[in-house]
Every structure is written in structure tokens, then in C-alpha cells.
Design a protein around this ligand. Structure first.
Ligand code: PRP
Ligand code: MN
Ligand code: MG
Length: 181
């Protein structure tokens, strides 16, 4: 859209860089989960692009499910109050679960999800996050597969939104402060 360039201060990661990284992670995941009953759980809505690209880089039959949670609403900061908007359809009992996220910001969403999943009888639970902001993390989250550690700036694109906009940008970019200030 014509209004996009002035809303961005910098392209942080191009879709090529993202793809290359996801391919590396997929090769590792294929090894780590060989012979295991892997279930990918995407966290709606931000993780749709990562999930779509990552799942297609994996060999074999990969099950996918989705959980819709939201803690940001329309703002730029996590409220810490996580709401389930859609629960899983899958019984996690005996499953090897890999949660797929676009970003770990404060870590509140994932730490809440990990706790929520812990009681559901999964055989293992790990996390893949394309992006992580080490300076913004308020709670520690064990994340086995991290794409990129990024600076503490508000990023959009490749699934990430600001007030539901910009998810369809192909790259990950820094949102210009004038948009939200
Ligand atoms: C965003 C992002 C992560 C979460 C990370 O989701 O997609 O799920 O925030 O933030 P945290 O580490 O501070 O919890 P959001 O709540 O905006 O919902 P969305 O995926 O539908 O955009
Ligand atoms: Mn999200
Ligand atoms: Mg969001």
C-alpha cells in the first residue's frame, strides 16, 4: 500500500534472510524430532507466516494446530493479561509439541502458554520463535529455536501487526514512532 514506506524507519530483516534462517532451523528440527510424533502449535495471529513457511520446510507428515491468544490488543505494549480466543483442537497427551511464535517480547504470552500447556500431558514442549527481544523480556522463557535476537523496537511485518495493520509486509521492519505516538 502507498502509505507503508513512511510508516517504517528501517527494514530489519528481509524475507530472504527470514527464509534462510527458517531453513536452518527446519534442518535442525528435522533431526531433533526424527521418529517423533511432532505437533506444531501456531500462536494466532502473529505466527501465521512463520508457521506457513516453516512447516513447508519440514519433511514428512507434520500435524499443525492453532491457539489464539492475545495480550496486546491495539496497543504497543503487552498488557500481561492473556486471553484465550481459540483453544487447541488436539489432545496433547503423548505429543511432542513445538510452539511456533513470531516474537518473544516481554515473554508474558509464552510463559503463560507454557504453564497452560504443562498440565495437558504432552511428552515434550519446546518453543520456536522467529524473533526475540532480549532487552524487553520481563520473564525468562526457555526457547529452543530462536531465529534472530533484535533490538527493543516495535517491529511489524511478516505476521507482526500494529493495530492489525502491516501483517502482510513481506519483510520485518521497524515501525516509525510517529505512527503510534
Ligand atoms: C504478539 C506476538 C506474540 C506476543 C509477544 O501477539 O505475536 O504472540 O505479542 O509478546 P510478549 O512476549 O510481550 O507476550 P499479540 O498479543 O499482539 O497478538 P497477535 O499475534 O494476534 O498480533
Ligand atoms: Mn501473537
Ligand atoms: Mg499483535
Amino acid at each position: 500500500a502507498a502509505d507503508i514506506p513512511e510508516d517504517i524507519t528501517e527494514i530489519l530483516l528481509t524475507e530472504e534472510q527470514i527464509h534462510e534462517k527458517l531453513a536452518e532451523i527446519a534442518a535442525q528440527v528435522a533431526i531433533d524430532y526424527e521418529g517423533k510424533n511432532l505437533l506444531l502449535v501456531g500462536v494466532l495471529k502473529g505466527a501465521v507466516m512463520v508457521m506457513a513457511d516453516f512447516a513447508r520446510l519440514l519433511p514428512g507428515h507434520i500435524a499443525m494446530d492453532w491457539m489464539a491468544v492475545s495480550s496486546y490488543g491495539a496497543g504497543t505494549r503487552s498488557s500481561g493479561v492473556v486471553q484465550i480466543r481459540k483453544d487447541l483442537d488436539t489432545d496433547l497427551h503423548g505429543r511432542h509439541v513445538l510452539i511456533v511464535e513470531d516474537i518473544i517480547d516481554s515473554g508474558l504470552t509464552l510463559s503463560w502458554l507454557l504453564e497452560n500447556f504443562a498440565s495437558r500431558g504432552a511428552e515434550s514442549i519446546e518453543v520456536l520463535a522467529l524473533l526475540r527481544k532480549p532487552e524487553a523480556m520481563k520473564v525468562h522463557v526457555d526457547c529452543r529455536y530462536v531465529g534472530f535476537d533484535i533490538p527493543n523496537e516495535f517491529v511489524i511485518g511478516y505476521g507482526l501487526d500494529y493495530a492489525e495493520r502491516y501483517r502482510n509486509l513481506r519483510d520485518v521492519a521497524v515501525l516509525a514512532p510517529h505512527v503510534y505516538s
